[in-house]
Design a protein around this ligand. Structure first.
Ligand SMILES: [Zn+2]
Length: 249
């Protein structure tokens, strides 16, 4: 990234301006903190840049909020008081320190984590991941069994794993499927959508018209479920993908 040629403050937001030999003005909001950088054609003066930024302010603010939410999401210490989603419902974490085997359980709207003294946040995180994995393992078989006769194909093997950019994947030749452990945080209807989506790949590899038509036949509201799933970022969002850039017309 090149050094800024000018610094502006627009409505309390600091903006780095880089003049370039370009036709259009570009505004970018960059991770991790939502730094705003404008690449401006050399012909524009400061007032014109300021005006362009003001016009884009609602968008800039939205990008910054998303980045900040992603930071909050990724910085989990696994301490009492944090909220964690389980099957689409927010639960308050309560860490109970006591000797014995570490384990996690739901108790009404609380998510209880029992750990021996000295358990580090990294270990607590691993414990919670394993618990989500178990939750998913308990739900997936019934979904597969429900859809197999409808799809007319068998799922030979499936597993739960952490994936940074996908909710699920399917190896068509072997019939092996993977489901993202993060699905345990989403409403059960989203898991069902992903299971069905991956199983539909046993009939159609690509996401073209045929795939959409098959999905329409199986699950009329699949688009709503998909949008719900993608409304929030994956917890382990890769900063490169969070980067947003706008182009001024
Ligand atoms: Zn797919």
């Amino acid at each position: 990234m090149s050094t800024a040629n000018a610094y502006l403050t627009v409505r309390g937001i600091n903006i780095d301006v880089v003049y370039k030999d370009i036709k259009n003005l570009h505004i970018g909001v960059y991770p991790p903190v939502g730094r705003v950088r404008v690449a401006a054609p050399e012909r524009l003066d400061e007032d014109q840049i300021r005006l362009a930024v003001i016009q884009r302010l609602p968008w800039i603010k939205r990008q910054r909020q998303q980045l900040q939410a992603a930071i909050r999401q990724s910085r989990r210490e696994l301490v009492t008081g944090e909220s964690h989603y389980v099957w689409g419902i927010r639960h308050r974490l309560q860490v109970v320190v006591r000797p014995g085997r570490a384990h996690v359980e739901l108790d009404g709207d609380r998510l209880l984590m029992y750990v021996p003294e000295g358990t580090k946040s990294e270990q607590r995180n691993k414990l919670l991941q394993n618990w989500y994995r178990q939750e998913l393992r308990a739900q997936v078989p019934a979904l597969i069994a429900q859809w197999e006769p409808i799809i007319g194909r068998q799922v030979s093997r499936w597993s739960i794993r952490r994936m940074k950019t996908k909710w699920g994947s399917c190896h068509r030749e072997t019939g092996h499927m993977w489901f993202n452990v993060e699905l345990g945080k989403k409403p059960p209807r989203c898991l069902e959508y992903i299971v069905l989506h991956e199983m539909t790949h046993l009939l159609e590899r690509n996401h073209g018209d045929r795939f959409a038509a098959l999905m329409d036949g199986f699950m009329s509201d699949w688009r709503t479920r998909r949008d719900e799933l993608n409304a929030a970022p994956l917890a382990d969002e890769d900063w490169g993908r969070a980067e947003a850039e706008a182009r001024d017309q």
